[in-house]
Ligand binder design. Structure first.
Ligand SMILES: *Cc1c(COP(=O)(O)O)cnc(C)c1O
Length: 371
C-alpha cells in the first residue's frame, strides 16, 4: 500500500535529532515560553522574511487571535465584513465568525483553487474591512493583485498560510505579503510538529506585541492583564522539534516539487484534470505542494480503482463550508464553482518520503484508468 502521507517515515528521518532536542527540554526544567520558543520565533520570522513571529497553540488560533488583536487595537469592529474564499478549509471561516465578524464568501478560480481576484472587488461593501486569502494546497493566492485591491480600499490582509510554508512569488514568501499571516504546524502540514502548533508572522510591532499578550492570558507581565486574553502557547517541546524540522523544510518542499513535476508531466488521461500552476517568468512562483489535487468527474471510480491497486487517496474537502450544518444560514447559497470543486477533487499521495518509483507507479495507474 502506498499511504497518502507517511508521518512515521517523515519523522523517522530526524529521529535522533528530535530525541536529543526533547531530552534537552526535559532536562532544562522549563516547558512553556522559554528559549526554544524564542529561538523558533526568531528562526521562523527569518525564514519567512518578516520582523516578527509569534508562536501559538495551533493554526486556527493563529487566525482567530490575529483578528482578535485587530479588534483590541481598534482596527476591526464586530459585524465588519471579511472576504474569504468559499472553498477553503473551515478553519479560515471559523476564525472570522468566532470573532463576531461577518465572513463574505468569494468563489475561487477553478484551475488554481485560489480566490478569484476578479470577484473580490464586486464583494466589497462599506462594511468590508479585511481580506483573508488562503494559499490553498501550497500555492500562493494572487498576492500582488490582492495587496493592490487591499490598498485601494484600505483593507487589512490576513493570509492563511497553513498549507504554504515556504511558498513564494518573486522571492517573497507566504507570511510576508499581508499585514499578518497565520501558520499551522499540525503534524501533516509541510512544517509539522509532533502535536499541535501554530504561529503568526507580521512586520507590525504593535500587532506582535498584542498577540504575545493575548496568547498568554492578556499578560506581558505575570499577574498583570492588559486585555482579556486566552491560553494559546506553543510549548517548548514543540518549539524544539520545529527548530529542527525547519532546517529541512526547503529540502522537503523541493522533494514535493519533484514528485509534483512527475505527476504534471506524466499523467495524461482525459478523465483527469491536473492542477494549474501559475508560472510567470517575471514573478517567479514557487508552489510547495502541500497537496496534489486533481479534478475528475469520475471521482468515486478513480478513488476505488487506485485503492484496489494499493494507492491511498483523500478528498480535500468533500463538503463546501456553505453546505455545512455549522453554517445553516448559508445552506441555500449557490456557489457553483466551489460546489463543482468539492464534487470533483481528489488528492494523490505526495510528501517528503514518497519515492520517485512510487510516484511513477501512481502516474502509470492514473494513465491506465478507464471509465
Ligand atoms: C490546517 C489548516 C488550518 C488550521 O490549522 P490547525 O493547526 O489544525 O488549527 C487553517 N487553515 C487551513 C487552510 C488549514 O489547512
Amino acid at each position: 500500500m502506498i499511504p497518502f502521507l507517511d508521518l512515521k517515515a517523515i519523522n523517522a528521518q530526524y529521529r535522533e535529532k528530535l530525541i536529543t532536542a526533547c531530552t534537552q527540554v526535559i532536562d532544562s526544567g522549563w516547558y512553556i515560553c522559554g528559549k526554544e520558543l524564542e529561538e523558533f520565533e526568531r528562526n521562523f520570522a527569518n525564514y519567512c522574511g518578516t520582523q516578527y513571529a509569534v508562536g501559538v497553540a495551533n493554526g486556527l488560533d493563529a487566525l482567530i487571535l490575529t483578528l482578535r488583536a485587530w479588534k483590541e487595537l481598534g482596527k476591526l469592529h464586530e459585524a465588519d465584513e471579511v472576504i474569504v474564499p468559499s472553498n477553503t478549509y473551515i478553519a479560515s471561516i471559523l476564525a472570522i465568525s468566532q470573532n463576531n465578524l461577518k465572513p463574505v464568501l468569494v468563489e475561487p478560480d477553478i484551475h488554481t483553487f485560489n480566490i478569484d481576484t476578479k470577484k473580490i472587488e464586486a464583494a466589497i461593501t462599506d462594511r468590508t474591512k479585511a481580506i483573508l486569502p488562503v494559499h490553498l494546497y501550497g500555492q500562493l493566492a494572487a498576492m500582488p493583485e490582492i495587496m493592490s485591491i487591499a490598498k485601494k480600499y484600505h483593507l487589512l490582509v490576513l493570509e492563511d498560510s497553513a498549507q504554504a510554508h515556504g511558498a513564494e512569488i518573486g522571492g517573497k514568501k507566504a507570511g510576508n505579503w499581508g499585514d499578518a499571516s497565520g501558520f499551522s504546524f499540525y503534524p501533516g502540514k509541510n512544517l509539522g510538529a509532533l502535536g499541535d502548533g501554530g504561529a503568526i508572522t507580521t512586520n507590525d510591532a504593535e500587532l506582535a506585541d498584542m498577540l504575545k499578550a493575548i496568547r498568554n492570558y492578556g499578560s506581558h507581565e505575570k499577574y498583570k492583564n492588559l486585555v482579556p486574553g486566552v491560553n494559546s502557547r506553543l510549548d517548548e517541546i514543540q518549539a524544539a522539534i520545529l527548530n529542527i524540522k525547519l532546517k529541512f523544510l526547503d529540502r522537503e518542499n523541493q522533494h514535493r516539487r519533484q514528485i509534483a513535476d512527475l505527476y504534471l508531466k506524466g499523467i495524461q488521461n482525459p478523465a483527469i484534470e491536473l492542477p494549474l500552476i501559475i508560472i510567470d517568468t517575471e514573478t517567479y512562483t514557487q508552489h510547495v505542494w502541500h497537496l496534489f489535487v486533481i479534478r475528475t468527474r469520475h471521482r468515486e471510480e478513480l478513488q476505488k480503482y487506485l485503492a484496489d491497486h494499493g494507492v491511498q487517496t483523500l478528498i480535500h474537502y468533500p463538503i463546501p463550508p456553505h453546505k455545512q450544518q455549522a453554517y445553516k444560514e448559508w445552506n441555500d447559497l449557490s456557489l457553483p464553482i466551489s460546489e463543482q470543486i468539492h464534487a470533483e477533487v481528489l488528492s494523490l499521495p505526495i510528501g517528503p518520503t514518497l519515492s520517485v518509483d512510487e510516484a511513477k507507479q501512481i502516474v502509470q495507474l492514473c494513465n491506465g484508468f478507464q471509465i
